[in-house]
Design a protein around this ligand. Structure first.
Ligand code: SF4
Length: 354
């Protein structure tokens, strides 16, 4: 297999250039095509001689994934189904708003956690994406947008902290000033509460953001939504969040998928407020986008508002996600499932409102 060019450090590229009798300044030129102009083929590199472009093509993989399908909603939200070298596929989304553009990226093919309300967990876990594939998603979105996003959330398919080294490698390239150069403060990693991963992430000492999906303020409630295998006790999750806050100084966000009759009561809101207060966390409420073949549904607007108000009354910083993708239908993870099942394409995405 060829070496993916998007993860190759400049020093290594310089060594390779020397080995093929080329000057080292070409390394900067080549990498600026990858990291700055989002090139997916050597042919695009107009300031590189044809012979070197051919040699690059022979040695390196320039595009680690390719667009199989895409769908654009009326509000500009755009979702891609990307094909991988082994026939697998993943989703990523460009979410625009008036103030900013956010990329939502996946880290695994399928998800080992298997939350019962989530399309991504259906069909089980297939494999981790490697760093070059995660970067491939990122660069495909950049290429489509024409520039870097304002924010990135690792909140697509997969449990990011269970694909730790590939995630960190990809984020390191994205945050390296000599490569892509985005601020780490603009990147959020969303975990289902994988405690060993949270602690390891804290030890990185980088100001990346952490979001933790609680989905219920009690262990009993979480047990109804998240299978045993990868579910950690709330107490351990809160301790790990405290550890993260201490190590990085970054406030943790609790993601909370609101599901009608399951976790949307006033009692749930009070318990969530208590936990958030103890952990100095903010809360992001995500009214469920229902997934086919599950019995879960979204609470009505008045219930969502009551839940939000209860948190506010306890002085918890809270946001509620608004639905994006107004003319196509399917939740995150469903594009891949639909593709695998019947090649039906659809989209519905979400974005936080301030
Ligand atoms: S909600 Fe997240 S952790 Fe749970 S199955 Fe879906 S992708 Fe995996």
């Amino acid at each position: 297999m060829k070496t993916p060019l998007n993860t190759v450090p400049e020093v290594e590229l310089v060594e390779w250039l020397k080995s093929v009798g080329q000057p080292q300044y070409r390394a900067k030129q080549i990498l600026s095509w990858i990291h700055g102009k989002f090139a997916i083929s050597a042919d695009e590199m107009k300031n590189i001689p044809a012979s070197l472009r051919a040699a690059l093509d022979g040695e390196f993989e320039l595009s680690c994934c390719h667009v199989l399908e895409s769908s654009r909603a009326g509000d500009g939200t755009e979702k891609f189904l990307l094909g991988l070298h082994d026939g697998g596929c993943v989703e990523c989304v460009i979410i625009p708003s008036r103030e900013r553009t956010t990329f939502c990226l996946s880290t695994q093919v399928g998800c080992p956690v298997g939350c019962l309300f989530c399309a991504s967990g259906k069909g089980g876990f297939v494999r981790n994406l490697d760093a070059s594939e995660i970067l491939g998603e990122f660069f495909i979105c950049c290429r489509r947008l024409g520039h870097l996003p304002d924010n990135i959330v690792f909140m697509g398919t997969g449990e990011p902290l269970m694909n730790y080294s590939n995630l960190i490698s990809a984020m390191t390239v994205i945050c390296d000033e000599k490569r892509v150069g985005m601020s780490p403060r603009r990147i959020t990693v969303s975990t289902s509460g994988f405690v060993p991963g949270i602690r390891k992430f804290a030890d990185e000492g980088r100001p990346w953001n952490l979001a933790v999906s609680l989905h219920s303020p009690t262990d009993k409630g979480r047990a109804l939504l998240i299978p045993d295998k990868h579910r950690y006790p709330l107490e351990e999750i809160c301790e790990a969040c405290g550890y993260y806050f201490k190590a990085t100084g970054r406030i943790v966000t609790f993601e909370y998928t609101l599901i009608k009759g399951v976790n949307d009561s006033q009692e749930d809101a009070m318990k969530l407020a208590k936990i958030a207060s103890e952990c100095s966390a903010k809360v992001n409420l995500i009214p469920l986008n229902p997934v086919e073949k599950t019995s879960f549904s979204r609470p009505d607007s008045s219930q969502i508002l009551k839940f939000e108000s209860m948190l506010r009354s306890r002085e918890i910083p809270v946001t509620v996600r608004i639905e994006k993708g107004d003319n196509i239908d399917a939740a995150c993870g469903q594009l891949r499932i639909s593709h695998l099942d019947s090649k039906v394409l659809g989209l519905k995405c979400w974005e936080s409102k301030r």
